[in-house]
Design a protein around this ligand. Structure first.
Ligand SMILES: NC(=O)c1ccc[n+]([C@@H]2O[C@H](COP(=O)([O-])OP(=O)(O)OC[C@H]3O[C@@H](n4cnc5c(N)ncnc54)[C@H](O)[C@@H]3O)[C@@H](O)[C@H]2O)c1
Length: 424
C-alpha cells in the first residue's frame, strides 16, 4: 500500500500509570503491528505519537521497552506537559491521570480540537461534564469515557437478556468490588489524600446499572470507613458503601447497593474481587469474577507475585494456539473500539463527517453527554463523604426535586445544599 495515502491517527496519552500499562500500551502495540482495519475505513495506521506525564520517568522506561514494538513517541513532563503535547500533530488523546485530574487535561484536548477518551470516573461534577460536552460539540469532536465493564461478555449477556425482555423489571441489586491494600497504600500514594474507593471503582457499576436498566436516578445515600489509609477523622476513605434508588417508566422502583474497598489484605484469594447480584420480577442474575474463572497455585508465586484467581478476560497475557504472544481482553477492546469510532468519523465512507460524528456521539455507552446520571451519583457520593468527614454524617442527595438537579439534605435541616442547579 502507498503509505502517503494511508489513513493515519496520531494519538496522545496523558498519564502513564498502571492502567496505561494494562490496556493502552497493549492496544497501541497491537495497532502499531497490525493497523486497524474495517471495510468502512480501510487499513488505518494508529500511532502513539506523544505522551504527557508529571515526571517523564515512566515515559523513558517505556521508550526503552517499546523499541521495535511501538512508534518512537515524543515525551513531555512537568506542569505544562499537556499544553506541550498538544503542540504535536495529534488526532485524539487519552486521559489516564488520577480520578480528580481528568477534567483539566480533557478540556485542553477538546479546546485544541482533538477527540478525547477519558478514563473512568469521567469527572467528579456535573458542571465539569457540561463544559466537556459543550466543548466537544463546539469543536465537532468525540468526547468518550472508558467503561470497559460494559464490554465484559457477562455484562453484555445481562443487557442482552434485558433488551430481549427475558429478564423483566429489576427490583434490587448489589455489587461489590474489593481491591488489595497495595492500591491505596502504594500504587496511589501520590494522590490518595481526599480520595475514596467508591469514586474509583463504584463508577463501573453505577454505569453498568444506568446503561443496562435505564430509568431515572432519584436518590443517593452513602457512608464509609476510615483509619487505615488515613486518619479516622480525615478525608481519605478505606471503604465505602452507597445506595442508589431508580424509578422506571412503570412507576416502580429499584434499589442498588455498591460496596467498595481498597484495604483488603494483599493475599486475599480474589486479588480484585468482584461480585454482583440483580433480582428481577422473574429471575435472578448472580455474577462472580472468581467463580467464572480459574484458581491456580504455584509455589513461591501465588498469591502475591501471581494472583490465585486471575481475570483472563480483562487483559490476559497469552500464547495463542498459533504461537503468537498476545495481550487481549475487554479492557483493551474498549480502547480499540474508541479508536475505531474516531477512524469511522474521520475516514468512514458512509455519509459525510457531520453525520458520522452525530452517529458516534449518539452511542450512549461511552459518550460524555450520556454520563449525566453516573456523574450525578459520583458527585453525590463525593459530597456526602465530604460532609461526613466534616462532622455531618447521614446526608441524602435527591435528584431533580423541587430544589434543584442535585440537592443534598442534612438530617434535621429542611433547606438543602444545592450541588447542581440544572436538571440532571
Ligand atoms: N479502566 C480501568 O480498569 C482502570 C483501572 C485502574 C485505573 N483506572 C483509572 O485510570 C486513571 C489512572 O489510574 P492509574 O491506575 O493508571 O494511576 P497511576 O497513579 O498508576 O498513574 C497516574 C499517571 O498520571 C500521571 N499524572 C498525574 N497527574 C498528572 C497531571 N496533572 N498531568 C499529567 N500526568 C499526570 C502520573 O505521572 C502517572 O503516570 C484513574 O482515573 C483510574 O481511576 C482505570
Amino acid at each position: 500500500m502507498d503509505n502517503t495515502t494511508q489513513p493515519l491517527l496520531r494519538a496522545g496519552m496523558v498519564g502513564m500509570g498502571m492502567i496505561f500499562d494494562e490496556t493502552y500500551r497493549p492496544f497501541f502495540e497491537a495497532a502499531y503491528k497490525d493497523g486497524m482495519f474495517s471495510r468502512e475505513t480501510g487499513d488505518v495506521e494508529v500511532l502513539l505519537a506523544a505522551v504527557a506525564t508529571r515526571t517523564g520517568k515512566r515515559a523513558e522506561i517505556y521508550r526503552e521497552k517499546s523499541k521495535g514494538i511501538g512508534h518512537p513517541f515524543e515525551s513531555f513532563a512537568g506542569e505544562d506537559s499537556v499544553d506541550q503535547m498538544l503542540k504535536s500533530d495529534l488526532d485524539f488523546a487519552c486521559v489516564a491521570t488520577p480520578d480528580n485530574r481528568h477534567f483539566e487535561a480533557a478540556m485542553k484536548i477538546l479546546e485544541a480540537g482533538k477527540h478525547v477518551l477519558i478514563e473512568k470516573p469521567s469527572v467528579l461534577s456535573l458542571d465539569h461534564l457540561d463544559q466537556l460536552t459543550d466543548m466537544a460539540r463546539k469543536k465537532n469532536v468525540l468526547a468518550k469515557i472508558v467503561y470497559h465493564k460494559l464490554a465484559d461478555p457477562d455484562h453484555k449477556k445481562l443487557r442482552t437478556l434485558i433488551v430481549d425482555d427475558v429478564l423483566q423489571h429489576v427490583n434490587t441489586g448489589y455489587c461489590s468490588l474489593l481491591e488489595p491494600k497495595s492500591i491505596s497504600g502504594g500504587q496511589f500514594a501520590e494522590w490518595i489524600t481526599g480520595r475514596n474507593p467508591g469514586t474509583y471503582v463504584a463508577c463501573h457499576y453505577i454505569k453498568l446499572i444506568d446503561f443496562t436498566f435505564g430509568g431515572r436516578l432519584k436518590t443517593i445515600t452513602a457512608t464509609g470507613q476510615r483509619g487505615l489509609v488515613g486518619p479516622a477523622d480525615g478525608p481519605t476513605w478505606d471503604s465505602c458503601q452507597m445506595r442508589m434508588i431508580y424509578e422506571y417508566e412503570s412507576g416502580r422502583e429499584a434499589a442498588f447497593d455498591i460496596h467498595t474497598s481498597w484495604v483488603t489484605p494483599e493475599n486475599f484469594p480474589g486479588y480484585v474481587e468482584q461480585e454482583v447480584q440483580f433480582r428481577f420480577d422473574n429471575g435472578i442474575w448472580n455474577g462472580h469474577a472468581r467463580k467464572r474463572g480459574v484458581e491456580v497455585t504455584v509455589e513461591d508465586l501465588t498469591p502475591i507475585k501471581m494472583p490465585n484467581s486471575m481475570n483472563n478476560h480483562f487483559n490476559g497475557t497469552f500464547i495463542e494456539p498459533w504461537g503468537e504472544r498476545s495481550q487481549r481482553g475487554y479492557g483493551i477492546d474498549i480502547i480499540e473500539q474508541f479508536a475505531r469510532e474516531v477512524a469511522y468519523v474521520e475516514f468512514g465512507s458512509t455519509g459525510d463527517r457531520d453525520s458520522r460524528l452525530k452517529q458516534m456521539t449518539a452511542l450512549d455507552y461511552n459518550d460524555v453527554s450520556a454520563d449525566r446520571q453516573s456523574v450525578a451519583a459520583i458527585a453525590a457520593l463525593e459530597a456526602i463523604l465530604e460532609h461526613q468527614a466534616a462532622g455531618e454524617p447521614d446526608c441524602i442527595v435527591r435528584v431533580n426535586d423541587s430544589n434543584g438537579g442535585l440537592a443534598l439534605y442534612k438530617p434535621g435541616v429542611s433547606e438543602p445544599v444545592v450541588l447542581y442547579n440544572k436538571q440532571v
